[in-house]
Design a protein around this ligand. Structure first.
Ligand code: KIV
Length: 254
């Protein structure tokens, strides 16, 4: 069992939900490293948050490596998860090369937006002992129209598709599943059916953990999603706001 699986198992045994917050730079990472956050994610949401673009479609592997390097300067007890940006996993060999570059700068686990066509990419990660989180439901890298921003898995066909993907990925050996904008009944079913951690964003409170974009929870995003809350309101500092979010997550039991 890899070290990350062991650490994730400890989180699961604890029964408190897992907290995960995005981060893109050293200063915020220092604050996060002094909080009790469990997972820090260098997300390709940096396309919107840092670069001011409309979406994640132009984020490059070099940008991800740059921001991972900044964040890893203050890495402490948390798990450092990093996104594989679009175009960084166009075939299984390229995917492994890029994932290794990410892991070489002190990251613990990579995250990939998963479509069935990426099964051989995931298989190659697993065969090379690369810890993987598979992202299901709303996949921002593949969203091209406004209507793609919606709740996934409400109808039977899509429900079955996402459930089957989650089961297949667990059987392949991935370490964690992230559900974005998945119907809350389906996210509960997936969480109850899998033995690996399932964390969610906009997918209800019945997962093993909650993910949020840092700038959304401190109220400085241009366009925060409806499910996010500004924890800086009523807090004296960013550190206090982050701890409020982590405490809120820990109070939701599963
Ligand atoms: O890139 C990101 O920040 C993400 C989260 C929204 C889950 O993938």
């Amino acid at each position: 069992m890899n070290n990350i699986k062991k650490k994730l198992n400890k989180y699961i045994e604890r029964k408190d939900q897992i907290s995960c917050i995005t981060c893109y730079d050293a200063s915020f990472c220092k604050i996060l490293s002094e909080s009790n956050v469990d997972i820090v994610l260098v997300g390709d949401s940096l396309g919107m948050i840092i670069k001011g673009e409309e979406n994640t479609h132009n984020v490059t592997i070099d940008e991800i490596l740059y921001h991972t390097n900044c964040v890893s300067k203050h890495k402490k007890d948390f798990i450092l998860m990093v996104d594989m940006p679009i175009n960084s996993y166009s075939n299984p060999e390229i995917a492994v090369l890029n994932a290794k570059k990410i892991l070489d700068i002190n990251a613990d686990i990579i995250k990939i937006e998963y479509k069935d066509e990426h099964k051989n990419v995931v298989e190659n990660f697993i065969s090379k002992n690369i810890p993987v989180c598979a992202h299901l439901g709303y996949l921002p890298q593949f969203a091209h129209k406004k209507e793609d921003t919606r709740i996934y898995g409400k109808d039977e066909a899509e429900h079955n598709q996402i459930f089957t993907q989650a089961k297949t990925l667990e059987n392949l050996g991935v370490d964690m599943i992230l559900l974005e904008c998945v119907d809350s009944n389906l996210s509960k079913l997936i969480t109850d059916s899998l033995n690996i951690p399932v964390i969610g964003i906009g997918s209800g409170e019945n997962c093993n953990g909650q993910v949020q974009v840092l700038y959304d929870i401190i109220g400085i995003s241009n366009n925060p999603p409806g499910f996010s809350k500004d924890y800086l309101k009523g807090s004296k500092s960013v550190a206090e706001a982050i701890n409020k979010f982590c405490n809120y997550v820990k109070e939701i039991k599963y």
